[in-house]
Design a protein around this ligand. Structure first.
Ligand SMILES: [Fe+2]
Ligand SMILES: [Fe+2]
Length: 191
């Protein structure tokens, strides 16, 4: 499926701050590069990168109204983790606005939590969000090195970071994140 990425860019430009817009474009570039490296679809990866944070700056009350009007029921963990809302809402929004392939919708839906059995497009977006050119957290260079070795190797570290960071500040951890982490650790052990 060919996407009108200019239209996607216009959409996020109207919804996001300069910094978030820049981040999204960096993630799109990184996702395209990872898709080329790992045999994915560079065009679809680029499109997913552009759209992944499309609703990241939606105010909380608006997000809750959006969920209600679209029949989305959040679990107690999801309700307690507003940082996850943009991925859930974003997937619904892009489905109704652009009707992209399901793989793109799922990549956006799971880019924050991960999940068991992630597809290549999902892994690509998940990792691109960690290592995009705008990222400068301590350890990002190690993540970039890992991403050159394998997506699973980078995801393992990203998930470890996420689980650690969330538990350290007493935040809930989404069951999809725990399941994804366990799956990757088990698969690495078997190597
Ligand atoms: Fe995000
Ligand atoms: Fe992001």
């Amino acid at each position: 499926m060919r996407y009108n990425t200019d239209e996607f860019i216009k959409d996020i430009r109207s919804r996001l701050s300069d910094a978030r817009f820049y981040h999204s474009m960096c993630v799109a570039d990184e996702a395209m590069a990872l898709a080329k490296r790992y045999g994915g679809d560079p065009h679809a990866a680029y499109a997913a990168g552009i759209l992944h944070d499309v609703l990241k700056e939606q105010p909380r009350d608006e997000a809750l109204r959006f969920f209600a009007s679209h029949g989305v029921k959040l679990s107690p963990v999801e309700l307690a983790a507003p940082k996850l809302w943009h991925a859930i809402a974003g997937a619904v929004y892009i489905t109704e606005t652009y009707a992209p392939e399901q793989a793109l919708v799922d990549a956006v839906r799971y880019h924050t939590t991960g999940r068991v059995g992630m597809s290549l497009p999902e892994k690509i977006l998940f990792v691109a969000d960690f290592i995009s050119a705008d990222r400068d957290y301590p350890g990002v260079e190690d993540m970039r090195t890992r991403a050159k070795i394998s997506l699973a190797y980078a995801m393992e570290e990203g998930l470890r970071f996420t689980v650690y960071e969330l538990s350290e500040r007493g935040a809930v951890i989404h069951p999809d994140t725990v399941a994804c982490y366990n799956e990757i650790v088990l698969s690495q052990e078997r190597k």
